[in-house]
Design a protein around this ligand. Structure first.
Ligand code: HEC
Length: 140
């Protein structure tokens, strides 16, 4: 009986963890990763999206309110897939998954989301569990 109760408690804790909603406010990338992403961006993105990705002649800004409102309620995984399938626009096959994740970390840092202790994964399924919320929600 005791044993069974302990098992139930553990199973519930695991379920709660698996379902705990995460957002870009939860420290989803590291500062080092964002730095690596900045070098990828210098080579692959700024020529169209402008210095610091704040917008070029044809390509939109990847930071700020307008950009975030396009992605509000979607996930980091959706943004990752969008980049992987269509960017850099002249050759979307050029970036590795890791470079894609790094550049994504850089974009999150430009949008002033906080850094954390673990890097962003390069797996879209994992990234699909992180919501993009432009404004910080009240403490849950
Ligand atoms: C050859 C020019 C070019 C390059 C290089 C390029 N982009 Fe783009 N990008 C565009 C254009 C033009 C658009 C707008 C049209 C569209 O949505 O496809 C765009 C749109 C985007 C969007 C959607 C913006 C939104 O508000 O939803 C993202 C995200 C993006 N680019 C990321 C990147 C990243 C990351 C890189 C570097 C790895 C990159 N782009 C390199 C031209 C480029």
């Amino acid at each position: 009986m005791r044993r069974y109760r302990a098992w139930v408690v553990m199973a519930c804790a695991a379920a709660a963890l698996a379902q705990s909603p995460r957002s870009v406010w939860d420290g989803t990338f590291t500062a080092d990763q964002a730095k690596r992403g900045e070098s990828v961006s210098q080579k692959e993105c700024v020529n169209c999206h402008g210095a610091a990705l704040s917008g070029g002649e044809e390509a939109p800004s990847l930071e700020g309110a307008a950009f975030l409102s396009n992605w509000n309620g979607l996930t980091v995984g959706d943004l990752f897939d969008r980049i992987r399938k269509s960017m850099p626009q002249d050759d979307p096959t050029r970036l590795s998954r890791q470079q894609g994740a790094d550049v994504l970390a850089y974009i999150l840092s430009l949008n002033r989301f906080p850094t954390g202790k673990t890097e962003l994964s390069a797996q879209s399924e994992v990234l699909k569990q992180i919501k993009i919320e432009p404004a910080k929600q009240a403490a849950r």
